[in-house]
Design a protein around this ligand. Structure first.
Ligand code: ITT
Length: 194
């Protein structure tokens, strides 16, 4: 099978984590390397819909096998918000500090702090679409803890753990995270079609 896949993301943190999780001989090609410098639309109302939209955009425009992933944080007490608005919860700047501050403010008087991260990967391989999902349950901390990771990691404590994702480091996070789980399924699939 094709040994190169375009990873349709502009988030460098995702690229770093995925490079550590994937154990294949597939070479990941960046959007920049294929000349895709534009903002890819993410206008659907589900995480899966957005992952598929991103992958489809690259496949249609550049005719390359590719995958995209979309990740959302779902907080039970907020009716599963921010969900598809995770990146831009506090506004279009995609500012992680502002996003976390907004979540902490909204949960200030909440006892139920349960939350989960969900990742959906959409793979388009020689024109066929496949999806893979990974979920990690947990809760939102009362304050930020740790400086590793990215996004909402300082306020997310995965279930059965005391440390936030931002206190863990990549290896420990990838072993249990939404992205780690989704990419392990993705990896198994790629191994089986070789
Ligand atoms: P691409 O669409 O280009 O891949 P993005 O950053 O816009 O990159 P998403 O649309 O999937 O990615 O937005 C998800 C947001 O959720 C992201 O900006 C982070 O703030 C947050 N996020 C994603 N994965 C996370 C993780 O593992 N830990 C903490 N926060 C995460």
């Amino acid at each position: 099978m094709e040994k190169q896949l375009v990873f349709a993301t502009s988030n460098e943190h995702k690229v770093r984590e995925v490079n550590q999780i994937l154990k294949t001989d597939i070479t990941l090609i960046s959007l920049k390397a294929i000349g895709c410098l534009e903002d890819i639309p993410e206008t659907k109302d589900t995480i899966a819909g957005n992952a598929i939209q991103k992958a489809q955009y690259v496949y249609d425009k550049y005719n390359r096998s590719c995958f995209a992933e979309d990740t959302g944080l779902e907080i039970a007490a907020l009716g599963n918000e921010p969900g598809v608005r995770t990146a831009r919860y506090a506004g279009p700047a995609k500012d992680a500090e502002a996003n976390m501050a907004l979540v902490l403010e909204k949960l200030k008087h909440q006892e139920d702090r349960s939350a989960r991260f969900k990742t959906v990967i959409a793979l388009i391989l020689q024109g066929e679409l496949y999806t893979f999902e990974g979920i990690v349950n947990g809760h939102i901390a009362h304050e930020k803890k740790g400086a590793k990771g990215f996004g909402y990691d300082p306020i997310f404590i995965p279930e059965n753990q005391e440390l936030s994702f931002a206190e863990m480091g990549d290896e420990a996070k990838n072993a249990i995270s939404h992205r780690g789980r989704a990419f392990k399924k993705f990896n198994l699939y790629l191994d089986n079609i070789k």
